[in-house]
Design a protein around this ligand. Sequence first.
Ligand code: 5AD
Ligand code: SF4
Length: 465
Amino acid sequence: MNVHDSEKVVGTLIQEGYQQVQTVDQADLILYNTCSIRDKAEQKVFHRLADFKKLQAKGKKFGVLGCVAQQEGEKIFERAPHVSLVCGSASYNKLPEMLVQLEGKLGETAREIPRARGESEALPDDGSVLTSAPNARGPVLGPRDLVRITGLDDRQTDKCFETEFTARTNPHRGYITIIEGCDKFCAYCVVPFTRGKERSRASESVLNEARQMADLGYTEIQLLGQNVNSYCDPAETKSFAELLVAVGEVPGIRRVRFTTSHPRDFGRDIVCAIDAVPALCDHVHLPVQSGSTRILDAMQRLYNREQYLERISWMKSAKREISITTDVIVGFPGETDADFAETLDLLEQVGYDSVFSFKYSPRPNTPALGLEDAIPEAEKSRRLEILMAKQREIQVARYKKYIGTECEVMVEGHNDAREQWIGRTSHNKTLNFTAPESGSLAIGSYVNVLVTGSFPNSLLGKMVV
Ligand code: 5AD
Ligand code: SF4
């Protein structure tokens, strides 16, 4: 979600006449997009901002975007006084206006904003967005201190961050947001506080974006939302499953993925849609968080172990084998050895292809902060290691089963050192493979590969000619 937010912010600013640059040295303004899902991510933000401080002497300006901006607000100015602008995840629409204001405060006279659409360039992969204004008079953002602008007052907004000017970084596979915010309030989660309430985009607007992307040559679309299954078309025309089908039927689109699903809202109609439309990828990410009904209750997840397993059984009875992945939190307050054992047992029962596992991290404002029976860090680490070792065993066995089968992959790149192509299957697995004529495959093309070997996280194969 954050990567895509950065793409939208970059596109919006390019449209306003700013220019994205590739290095910190070249930038007049450094916008840092942030995540506050766990404490570690948040701490990283403040360390990085401290690193940026020495650049202030060179006249560079700093802005903080995203969930840490939303959560910490003006406190960011106290902890990092060299920051001039704080813009939360629900306020991106205001960013161009805020920048004009910032430039005004910096004492510049009004400038003409060029309207020409700029070329997008690859984003730096550390979450920072670097822009400088293209202006014959030199950098618009000149050195001056004590310029502070926030855009945090509209967390309760009804609007989505819709922009025609998304600077997508990959020309073959791209994200489309279908729903923003979240109304679930899981006890551990900061997202409803940082991204505001749920608001869905009109299905027609989503479909228009999908058609435009197809016209530009995209073949894979990933529909995004904190909880895509609670998608509610404002025009009341399409359910989430119907939207999936419609996107899957856009001419030119060969693969559609969606993330993230919530078990409470995950309907059987989604499995029927995957069965009916070949373009819908046979992969579902369905976060379980815990295998213990007692802990799921404490987490306010709104489903129990049996209901979760029922959804798994729908997927297991699909016509195509659906690859299932999940998120797990270990060490939620009150989690006993017996609760944890239930999670391990659930991993075995489901047979996930991948698990993202996290130690519980207390977050500001969340209901779980008030819970007793905190689990010591060392015990959380111990459980995490056990869980990861168990999942590794499961994956070794699951990935082995693909040996001897043929899979279609989208070509994503080439590993020169290994002389292998890198591909991705519809199941969302990495499949590294050799091709008869090295160098002849186009990135973004689709080829068939025979699987000849497996590892815990990837497959090995050779191209079928
Ligand atoms: N502590 C640990 N993990 C968390 N997640 C969300 N909030 C927390 C937290 N406070 C995990 C959940 C979620 C994923 C995106 O991050 O597993 O599904
Ligand atoms: Fe957070 Fe729960 Fe919403 Fe997911 S569904 S974003 S875990 S509150």
